[in-house]
Design a protein around this ligand. Structure first.
Ligand code: ADP
Length: 190
């Protein structure tokens, strides 16, 4: 199964990505986690990404695309993958399409997480308190939601035009949302 997850910060992509990776037996590739690990280790990639992440801005496309293409070339991704946090721009989506077309293994679905802005702000405030993520501070959260609306929301149309879009109501208990997703994906495959 090759899927990408689309949705604003706080939509629950990370939580569901883990469930889906488990279910389909493929890796969960979370770009935010890869960047945070690199920042923690002080790598060159981490240094390139940190200032953007702290501001709530997107890391430049060339940096992200190179990183994801390298990750997808690893052996564990041949069976499929759940991409969480990529693509976030049309440029990134096009790069992914080119790579997968070259491999003859296109995406199976782009899952879009539907959540109201009110619910997002509530969840992100809770996460900021619990995890101490620098980018979960309130003004940064607002900025990240704007960045999502401007740069990433166009991907919903992008994938809809390609017949890959699966929209899921992402409000409700975790396991209920997981079931909605699996039902939709199984329905498409069946
Ligand atoms: P979120 O909670 O917004 O889903 P993530 O953990 O996925 O956050 O990502 C955290 C930060 O990492 C983003 O705000 C951005 O700075 C950077 N990042 C992650 N993925 C990408 C990407 N595909 N393109 C650009 N920047 C990215």
């Amino acid at each position: 199964m090759r899927i990408v997850l689309l949705g604003p910060p706080g939509a629950g992509k990370g939580t569901q990505a883990a469930q889906l990776a488990d279910r389909y037996g493929c890796p969960d590739v979370a770009t935010g986690d890869i960047f945070r690990a690199n920042v923690a280790e002080g790598t060159e990639l981490g240094r390139a990404a940190q200032e953007y992440m702290d501001r709530g801005d997107l890391v430049p496309d060339d940096v992200v695309i190179a990183m994801v293409m390298e990750r997808l070339a690893e052996a564990d991704c041949t069976a499929g993958f759940v991409l969480d946090g990529f693509p976030r721009t049309v440029n990134q989506a096009e790069a992914l399409d080119r790579r997968l077309a070259g491999l003859g293994s296109p995406l199976d679905a782009a899952l879009s997480f539907d959540v109201t802005e009110e619910e997002l702000l509530r969840r992100l405030a809770g996460r900021a308190a619990a995890l101490h993520r620098a980018d979960d501070a309130e003004q940064t959260i607002r900025h990240r939601l704007e960045v999502f609306a401007i740069k990433t929301r166009p991907l919903i149309d992008y994938y809809a035009r390609r017949g890959l879009l699966v929209s899921v109501d992402a409000i409700g208990p975790i396991e209920v949302v997981t079931k909605r997703i699996l039902d939709e994906l199984d329905g498409r495959r069946g």
